[in-house]
Design a protein around this ligand. Sequence first.
Ligand code: NAP
Ligand code: ZN
Ligand code: ZN
Length: 351
Amino acid sequence: MLKTAAYAAQNAHSPLAPFSIDRREPGPDDVLIDILYCGVCHSDIHQARDEWGGSIFPMVPGHEIVGRVAKVGANVQTFKAGDAVGVGCFVDSCRECAQCKAGEEQYCDQGMTGTYNAKERGNGAPTYGGYSTRITVDQAYVLRIPESIPLDRAAPLLCAGITTYSPLRHYGVKAGDELAVVGLGGLGHMAVKLAVAMGARVTVLSTSESKREASLELGAHAFAATRDKDTFKRLARSFDFVIDTVSGEHDYNAYLSLLKVDGTMVLLGVPEKPAPVAAGALIMQRRKLGGSLIGGIRETQEMLDFCAQHGVASDIELIGIESINEAYERMLKGDVRYRFVIDIASLDKAV
Ligand code: NAP
Ligand code: ZN
Ligand code: ZN
């Protein structure tokens, strides 16, 4: 076992603090990764505070992991020491069901093995995420990071990037489509960049008037403040797609009213409590309501290569691990431009 420095929540009410974990020595199919950067996803907060139920403690969050290969097992041909690699939201799946065979491991019939807050297949040991200095992962669940993307700005692509890329592809967003992104946080800002790169006309719908200018700098074509009720009248029946990345309680019906006839709203945010959807909001304009969960390994690699090709990376605020609890509080206030990324070099010092 490899003693590894980490940061963990001991229970749903405790702040994150230094913790020591064991990583397995790499087996024949494993890649041992020295972690350099880890993005901070809102799902880390939901799970560390047990907002979705069933959280496993102690919890080392983090599923936007980027680092360099330290060592590989005997069967590993595609990665070698020094390669820039990434790990996203899962580290294993059954590999046999229809979804796994189709490269959609996130929908595995037996459930994917989360990078953290899950149990390893076989031995049932808890999985620990990227708020740590190294991780051992089966090569089939490791991504290659194109060298043209700065590694710190690549980290959020492993969750925020793929979570927004996958539905844009699946629901068929194309050049010229009118698309609204609701919530300009980690996921939202990636949705803007990726949809713009695909040629859509993008409007940001935000509770934060202060993000107006910045959203246009990200490439959005328009901005509308959702605290202004007039916005919902003015933009009624305007969009082919609404991509909803909101983490907190909000009224789905109000956003559905912004879709044109046959428009589609895709839910990506996972608020703590369920919210009602009125049948009329869908029936009246033959609208569709869908959802999407991260993305499979093959599509995640496709997204990374797309980002390299289009010069897309996340806009980040790099922090030391000692600032993680403060970063959570700032995210809860919508005060992040647009993803906190932990510089894991700070962890060696912190423990
Ligand atoms: P984030 O960076 O905190 O951004 C969320 C944004 O939503 C905020 O910046 C804010 O944007 C807006 N917002 C928050 N509370 C709101 C409310 N009550 N009403 C309206 N707007 C509100 O979070 P994130 O990391 O992007 O994650 C967003 C959500 O997606 C979380 O629930 C997360 O768990 C979920 N998620 C889902 C998947 C998936 O596979 N589907 C993957 C990753 C994350 P404005 O200031 O612009 O209003
Ligand atoms: Zn995430
Ligand atoms: Zn499966």
